[in-house]
Ligand binder design. Structure first.
Ligand code: FAD
Length: 368
C-alpha cells in the first residue's frame, strides 16, 4: 500500500514546521507529511539558539501564529550589550524598534510548540524515522520510510545544516569557516538578582562569548571560536573553558549565584550554503539551504522566512510553473551574498585583536 502526499517535509525544526504551516494556508486541501528523525526521548532537553529579534513578529503574524506565540509566556528581550571593538560596554536597545521587544526562548519548548501548531492544522507527523530510499519517476517521488511506501509530488529538505536530502541529490555544502559554539546551561539561585533582558556579547583574542538569561530562571553561556583554535587552546575542556570565562569582564559576572545544570556541549556554527539549493521537485530550506553566524541572531527568523518561501516554491511547482527552482535559487543566492557582506562589516568593527588567528580569518580591523 502506498500512501500519497502532496508534499513531504524532511525535518520538523523551525523551517520544516513553517513550510508545513504556510502550505496549509496556501493550499488547504494539500496532504502534508512532516518527517522528523528524532523523538521526544532523543531530543536534547536544553537546546541552544534561543534569541528572537523583534521583527520575527511579522513572520509569526503571517503564519497565523502570533497570538498563540504570545500566549506561551516567552521572556522579552530588550536588546544587546556588547564589548566589541572597545573596552566600553555598548548598548543596542530594541526600544526604538517599530516591532517592540524580541524574545528569549526555552528553545525546546518553542520547537515542540511549532510542531503542535502544524499538527493542529492537519499536518501528519512521523517521528523517529528517516527516508531510506527515494526515486523520482513519472512526475512523482517514491520514497520509503521504515516499512512504509510513500509517494509525493514535492520534497522540502528542512533537515538543518546536514542538508540530508539535498546531498542525496548530489548537492554540495560549501563551508565558509569552522566556527563552533561551546556552551553550558546554568540554573539561577535566589542570590542572583542580576538577570536583565539583554543578550551579552564580549569579544576576546580567540573568539567571542555570548550569554542570555532565559525563561525558568536559566542562563546560557557560549564561547564562539574556531574548531582548530578550540583544540589548540584546550577550550573543549571544562577547566580551560571556565578559566577563560572567569577572565571576562562582564560575562563572568552573570554566573554569580548560579549552578551549572549541563556539562559542556559543542555545536557546529559555521556559515555554509548548499549548492544547488533545489532540483527537480525538491527545495532545501532553513539551515539546509544556508546557515548564518550566530552573531546575527537571525537563524530562527531566517528559518521561518525560508519555510514561507519554500511553501511558495513547492506550490508553484505543483501548479506546473517551470521557473520556480531558478527563482528560488536566485532568492537564496542573493540572501546569502547580502549576509556575507553584513558578517564582514560586523567582524571588521573589532580591531583590537587583528593579529590573532580567529580575527585575521574574519578581516578584523579591515584587513580582509
Ligand atoms: C551556537 C548557536 C547559537 C545560535 N543562536 C541563535 C539565536 O540566538 N537566535 C537564532 O535565531 N538562531 C540561533 N542559532 C541558529 C538557529 O538555531 C538555527 O538557524 C535554526 O535552528 C535553524 O532551523 P532549521 O529548522 O533550519 O534547522 P534545525 O533547527 O536544525 O531543524 C532540523 C530538523 O531536521 C531533523 N532532521 C535532520 N536530518 C533529518 C532527516 N534525515 N530526516 C528527518 N529529520 C531530520 C533534525 O532532527 C531537526 O529537528 C544558533 C545556532 C548555533 C549553532
Amino acid at each position: 500500500m502506498t500512501e500519497h502526499y502532496d508534499v513531504v517535509i524532511v525535518g520538523a525544526g523551525v523551517a520544516g514546521c513553517a513550510a508545513a504551516i504556510a502550505l496549509t494556508q496556501r493550499s488547504p486541501t494539500a496532504k502534508l507529511l512532516l518527517l522528523e528523525r528524532k523523538t521526544n526521548e532523543t531530543k536534547p532537553r536544553y537546546r541552544i539558539g534561543e534569541t528572537l529579534p523583534p521583527h520575527t513578529s511579522t513572520l509569526l503574524q503571517q503564519l497565523g501564529l502570533l497570538e498563540s506565540f504570545q500566549a506561551q509566556g516567552n521572556m522579552p528581550a530588550h536588546g544587546t550589550r556588547a564589548i566589541w571593538g572597545s573596552e566600553t560596554l555598548q548598548e543596542h536597545t530594541f526600544l526604538y524598534s517599530p516591532y517592540g521587544h524580541g524574545w528569549h526562548l526555552d528553545r525546546s519548548s518553542f520547537d515542540n510548540w511549532l510542531i503542535s501548531q502544524a499538527q493542529q492544522r492537519g499536518v501528519t507527523l512521523i517521528t523517529g524515522q528517516m527516508i531510506t530510499q527515494q526515486e523520482y519517476y513519472a512526475d512523482s517521488w517514491s520514497i520509503r520510510i521504515a516499512d512504509q511506501s510513500i509517494s509525493a509530488k514535492v520534497i522540502i529538505d528542512a533537515s538543518g545544516r546536514s542538508a540530508h536530502f539535498g546531498r542525496s541529490q548530489g548537492s554540495q555544502i560549501i563551508k565558509l569557516d569552522q566556527l563552533i559554539g561551546i556552551y553550558r546551561f546554568y540554573q539561577l539561585t535566589d542570590d542572583n538578582n542580576n538577570h536583565d533582558s539583554y543578550t551579552l556579547v564580549e569579544s576576546n583574542p580567540f573568539g567571542w562569548w555570548y550569554s542570555s538569561y532565559l525563561p525558568n530562571k536559566q542562563l546560557v553561556v557560549t564561547l564562539m571560536t574556531d574548531s582548530d583554535i578550540a583544540q589548540e587552546q584546550g577550550l573543549l575542556t571544562e577547566h580551560t573553558w571556565t578559566s577563560a570565562l572567569q577572565e571576562t569582564k562582564q560575562s563572568s559576572q552573570r554566573l554569580i549565584g548560579s549552578e551549572a545544570i549541563t556539562s559542556l556541549e559543542v555545536k557546529p556554527a559555521h556559515s555554509q550554503h548548499l549548492s544547488p539549493v533545489c532540483g527537480t521537485a525538491w527545495f532545501a530550506t532553513g539551515d539546509a539551504a544556508s546557515t548564518f553566524d550566530p552573531l546575527s541572531s537571525l537563524g530562527i527568523f531566517k528559518a521561518l522566512r525560508h519555510g514561507l518561501i519554500a511553501s511558495y516554491a513547492a506550490d508553484d511547482f505543483i501548479q506546473g510553473k517551470s521557473d520556480c527552482c531558478k527563482k528560488y535559487q536566485q532568492f537564496m543566492g542573493g540572501e546569502y551574498r547580502d549576509y556575507l557582506k553584513t558578517r564582514e562589516d560586523y567582524y571588521r568593527v573589532e580591531g583590537r585583536f587583528d593579529g590573532e588567528l580567529f580575527w585575521r580569518r574574519r578581516g578584523s580591523g579591515g584587513l580582509l
